[in-house]
Design a binder for this molecule. Sequence first.
Ligand SMILES: *Cc1c(COP(=O)(O)O)cnc(C)c1O
Length: 922
Amino acid sequence: MTADSSPDAYSVDHFFSAPSARLDRWRDVHAAARAWVNREVERHAVEAALDEVGVIEEYYAFPGPELMAALREQLQDEDPTGFLSLSKRISLAIITGNYKHDPKEWETADDIFAKPADLLPPAIGAQPQTRPYFELLLVTPAPAPRWPHIIAEFRRLRRPEDAFVYEVVPVASLEDAICAIVLNPDIAAVALYEGFALKSRYDAPVLRRVIAAQKAALEKAGEADLALLLADRLKAIRPELDIYLLSDRRVERLAGDPRATIFRRVMYQIEEPLELHLSILEGIEARYETPFFDNLKHYAQRPISTFHALPIARGKSVFRSPWIRDMGQFYGINLFLAESSATTGGLDSLLEPTGNIKRAQEMAARAFGADRVFFVTNGTSTSNKMVLQALVAPGDIVILDRNCHKSHHYGLVLCGAQPLYVEAFPMPEFSMYGAVPLRTIKKALLDLKAEDRLDRVKMVDLTNCTFDGHIYNVRRVMEECLAIKPDLIFLWDEAWFGFARWSPFLRPRTAMGAAADIEAWMRSADALAKYERHRAEIGESPSRETLLDTHLVPDPRAIRLRVYQTNSTHKSMSAIRQGSMVLVKDVDFPTVEAQFHEAIFTHASTSPNQQIIASLDVARRQMELEGYGLVMNAMEVALDIRREVNAHPLIAKYFRIVGADGMIPEEYRTSGFIDFLAPGTRWDDQLRSMREDEFCLDPTRMTLVCGTAGFDGTSFKGLLASEYNIQVNKTSRNSVLLQSNINNTRSDVAQLISILLRICNSIETRLMQGGEGERQAFAARVHSLMKDVPDLPDFSRFHEAFRYDAGATTPEGDIRGAFFAAYAPEDCEYVRLDSPECDKRLREGPEMVSANFVIPYPPGFPIMVPGQVITQAAINFMRQLDVKEIHGYEKAKGLKLLRPDAIMSKNDARATSSARRRSQAA
Ligand SMILES: *Cc1c(COP(=O)(O)O)cnc(C)c1O
């Protein structure tokens, strides 16, 4: 096969963007064919281009062996026009996906052209009347010349009553199979016919690249059972796939092998092919099924009179009203038919599910790799509060990132656990924080241990990934923490990261992915030996420095693996706003189950929205059936944006998307990874970074620096929204955050780029026409935005009055006590930021103690929490802050403080009452 000699063949974007790489190859074929028509090149140039695409096409059902053969025939027949038109027809069909429902596309005669109107993808909202389409990967020892017959045989099995249609992709070897499922997102099921080969008959670079990533795992090939090995690899890459094994061995015995549970079914090879066909469809159906949504649709069709309180149900009050009819017209009748406050009629109860919600949650657990899933209809804000309340009690210590979402801080206020804030590494040039270094977390645990108070700490609570895209080395964090305290509970707030499960690159860095890996490690034969070697290395009583500096290994016999993940399904998947999930993988869940239900009862609405529940059910279905392709696409879009912005001669003059090197300090990137598209960076560098580095960057979250174009984040966000209909989310002083998700397309990229270009052009014009004065003003503005960036204030400390049962060296505090102390107005006072009083108090005391949370947006985390001593750094930051939205602060009144005398008397009272308790006890 041809060598792939282009220098960027190994670049990260090529690896992530299999679909567009494929289309690029077809474009090369067209270009060559056109040149051939014009007699500018010889046939062999076209042949070479076709060879390039040919290897890739082996892994897709369409165009398939027959159309490819037809193309080659036209080559042989020296028919340039015929070749050009057929190759164009094929690639158009690939782009539109039309072949998925139009049998004409598969025909080889070139007089068949689909009408142009048919080629348009269905409009949003239009309902294509076609059955969903997928592809079956067939790994077979049958010789390639037989493949067209095999394909035809499977087509003959189709029945009108089948709910789905599929085409077959035959491959001959383990290597090809891995390649196919990596490259082809339409593959939803795999049938392994025993006797297939290990090595591919090709040596194409695209194949070698994919296989190299599997190198470690494949080294065992030869000794292992090839089918089991392949199944294991396929599941590691795409756990949602159904795998069938067709064997000519004693299938009864094989089916009894515990390892065979990896197969959805083991069958005897010469059994009825119809049996396999039906099993495959049933496997897809098991993912397609959405128990709650299916029932809700059914419910909406039934004639039901309601005498409960929900006037809007059935929509009569809406559609009959001359005044609010437009609401009905806007939303459509089904919204109202599907509204109900009933938990009967098969609708089930979210608070105590026993029917289809329970099943929907179980299916979500399967899909997300959790033991249990709880649907939440009030956002991850509520999910976090539920988990905190369920697992920690007043007085317990929770180690958490001070920059985490406010739901965690408020959750601790509610449940009375004490936060031990740990600080993320700062990114002063953008006035934002990264993520919390593992060393900082270990230090907090070791400090507690040194004071013999390790039993007080119940949980480590971190955000993965952060708003700006920092991804933890989740497995390593958990392992090292468990080495210090083996029953520690982890709450990973993956509000933004739910989609990551469907990327084999990101999955190991999700809570559930890492938990699964740890679990597998604990069960592995060499876990104990590894632990014992580690113990021997660090010695009997290792010093604190040794513990901080060593990669700690937990005792596999002692670990209680207790992992919780919350995700805003609505933020990264197709769920309606506020749709959220709690994922649980906790070996001790039975001991907290009752508490967990109490927490649900505390926080969940008793009127959960049916539509949100249904959308959670549907979002799961989508991810299980097409999540892999959608996430790959989101990554591709992100890499496109990164490349286009940073490489464009004019745009790059004013804007830039920060690379991994700008987002993550070098010390946390020991792999040496610089950025996805940095010159010379190969996709395997990225893999290594994802595997090894303490932090890596989610490619779909892009920090776009706009300060260099003279915009602060907030006004740039405003400009994009008001002038260009582009919405972005978060801002910092000099940047905005762009995100790609499963909804984005390549035209979105084009749109964004053209708008940035327009903005750059207008800056250029302004600078040119405005003369020296304008240029100086611009430079000054840029300088101010990029250089005069306020230092972010780290968490100072809790006032001693709220640290009555805290450790001597550890910084936790009673946030709830401080929060409620502010409920007595006479105990509070206000000090204006700009007042001399403020400076005087900073200089001479008494210390100013915050009465509440103060949360500016941006950056969106609390600059002050209740009970916190306010320091010069916090005041400086507040004074420099030029944002409008600051929760918990009214400029006219000033900072709300707890009065010093009130704090003292509280302290005295507490001292007296504990003295009394002690004397009574004595
Ligand atoms: C958005 C967000 C939340 C809250 O989720 P909602 O679904 O909006 O309630 C919690 N944590 C983080 C990190 C978030 O970004």
